[in-house]
Ligand binder design. Structure first.
Ligand code: SAH
Length: 380
C-alpha cells in the first residue's frame, strides 16, 4: 500500500482498462481458431473443444467446459465471453406452435417461432431487432430497425429452442430441430455478414450440423444481395413477391421502388440453383388487392422459366394495418390457376395466429409488453 503522502508522480499508474472481451459465440470455427492461437496462445484444437461446447452442447458459460483446464477456463473468462440471450416469454398456440420472446443483453426483444409437425420440427429464426423494410402488411415493419443481431444471437435462438424441446418432449437427441427458416423478425440479407457467419456455425459438423437442404432464407428482394447470397452460401432461397404488378408491389413493399419485379426476377433467373432445387416465392393473399384471377394469370407469366414453387400465405390480420384475409375458396381458386399454368402452388397452413406468432405478426406483443419495441406506432 502506498503511503498517504505519495506524490502523484510516484503513484502507480492505474491498471489499463481491460480490453473488451470477445464474444466467442459469434465466431466461425476458423475465426475462433485464430483467436485461440493468436490471442490466447493456445493450441488450435482447443478452438474445436470450445466450439463444440457452445454449438453442439449448448453451453452458455466457460465454467461448464469441464474438459478444459481451470487455467484455460480462467483465461477464457478474462478474454472472452458468451453473450446470453435470455428467455423472456413463451406462448403456446392451440396448434402446437410455440413463440419464444428473448431479451438481449442490451435490453432489446426478439422472437422465434417453433413449429412441430408430424415429419419435422422447424424453427423460424430472427435476424434483426425490428426491420427497416417497412412492408405495409407486416407488423414487424412497424417497429423500424433497432439493430442487427450478432451471429451469436442468431444461433443462440436455435440452441435455446433445441434445449427447450429436448426437455419438453423428453428427447435424448442433442438437436431435436430438423429445419430452420429465416423468416422471423428482420430482413436476413440486410444483415448478410452476420447471417453468413451464423449459417457457417449452424452448418458446421462440429456445431449443430444442419444440412443446406434444411435451411431456407427468405428475402424481401434485396437484389444485389441475392447474387452474393447465391455465391457465398448454399442454403435455400425464398422470395417475398406478394404482388403481380409493380404498382401493387410498390404500394405495399417500399423495396420495390428500388428493385422492381423485373429486376428481382432477373436476379432469380441468374440464381445458381442446385440440381433439382426451386426458388420458393411467397405470396401473401390480400383480399381485393392482389388476389384476383388476373393476378394469378400474371404470376404464371412472370414465373415462366424460373424453377419456382409458390407458397400462398393467407394474410394474418394485424390491428391497424387495414388489409383483410382472402376467403378460403378464393385462395384455392387462385392456387388452381397457378397449377393449371404449371406453377407448383400451395396454400401455406397458418400457424400460431392465436399467439401472434404467424407470418408478419412478430412484434413483441403478448404477456407484459416490453416497452421499447412493442408499442404500436401511430397509425394513420
Ligand atoms: N424479411 C424477410 C423475412 C421475413 S419472412 C422477407 O420479407 O422475406 C416473413 C414472410 O411473411 C414474408 O414472406 C412476408 O411477405 C410474409 N408476411 C408479412 N406479413 C404478413 C402477414 N401479415 N400475413 C401473412 N404473411 C405475412
Amino acid at each position: 500500500m502506498l503511503p498517504e503522502t505519495a506524490t502523484p508522480d510516484t503513484a502507480p499508474l492505474p491498471a489499463p482498462a481491460p480490453a473488451a472481451r470477445v464474444d466467442v459465440s459469434s465466431l466461425s470455427l476458423e475465426a475462433l481458431s485464430r483467436f485461440v492461437t493468436e490471442e490466447l496462445g493456445e493450441r488450435s484444437f482447443r478452438a474445436g473443444q470450445v466450439f463444440r461446447w457452445i454449438h453442439q452442447r449448448g453451453a452458455t458459460s466457460f465454467e461448464e467446459m469441464t474438459d478444459l483446464s481451470k487455467a484455460l477456463r480462467a483465461k477464457l473468462e478474462a478474454r472472452a465471453e458468451i453473450v446470453p440471450l435470455v428467455k423472456d416469454l413463451e406462448q403456446r398456440s392451440v396448434d402446437g406452435t410455440i413463440k419464444y420472446r428473448w431479451k438481449t443483453r442490451d435490453g432489446r426483444y426478439i422472437e422465434s417461432v417453433y413449429m412441430p409437425s408430424a415429419d419435422r420440427k422447424t424453427l423460424c429464426v430472427s435476424t434483426q431487432v425490428g426491420c427497416a423494410m417497412a412492408c405495409g402488411f407486416c407488423m414487424t415493419g412497424t417497429l423500424g430497425l433497432k439493430r442487427n443481431l450478432t451471429p451469436g444471437e442468431i444461433v443462440a435462438q436455435v440452441h435455446a429452442v433445441n434445449r427447450a424441446v429436448r426437455q419438453l418432449e423428453n428427447l435424448e437427441t442433442y438437436r431435436p430441430l430438423s429445419n430452420l427458416v429465416f423468416m422471423g423478425m428482420g430482413e436476413p440479407l440486410h444483415n448478410f455478414e452476420n447471417l453468413k457467419t451464423a449459417l457457417s456455425i449452424l452448418q458446421a459438423e462440429d456445431g449443430p450440423n444442419f444440412s443446406h437442404r434444411h435451411i431456407t432464407v427468405s428475402t424481401v428482394g434485396l437484389v444485389p444481395m441475392i447474387e452474393r447470397f447465391g455465391r457465398e452460401t448454399d442454403v435455400k432461397l425464398a422470395i417475398s413477391l406478394n404482388a403481380s404488378t409493380d404498382e401493387q408491389r410498390s404500394k405495399t413493399m417500399p423495396v420495390n421502388r428500388k428493385w422492381n419485379i423485373e429486376a428481382l426476377l432477373e436476379a432469380c433467373r441468374k440464381f445458381p440453383l442446385r440440381q433439382g432445387r426451386r426458388i420458393t416465392f411467397e405470396y401473401v393473399l390480400l383480399q381485393g388487392f392482389n388476389d384476383a384471377d388476373e393476378d394469378a394469370h400474371r404470376l404464371v407469366k412472370l414465373l415462366k422459366g424460373i424453377p419456382a414453387k409458390v407458397n400462398l400465405i393467407p394474410y394474418n390480420e394485424n390491428p391497424g394495418l387495414g388489409f383483410r384475409t382472402t376467403m378460403d375458396e378464393r385462395a384455392e381458386h387462385f392456387r388452381d390457376i397457378l397449377c393449371e399454368g404449371h406453377v407448383a402452388a400451395f396454400i401455406r397452413q397458418n400457424r400460431g395466429r392465436d399467439i401472434a406468432g404467424a407470418c408478419g405478426q412478430l412484434a413483441n406483443r403478448g404477456g407484459e409488453n416490453p416497452a421499447e419495441t412493442s408499442q404500436s406506432p401511430e397509425l394513420p
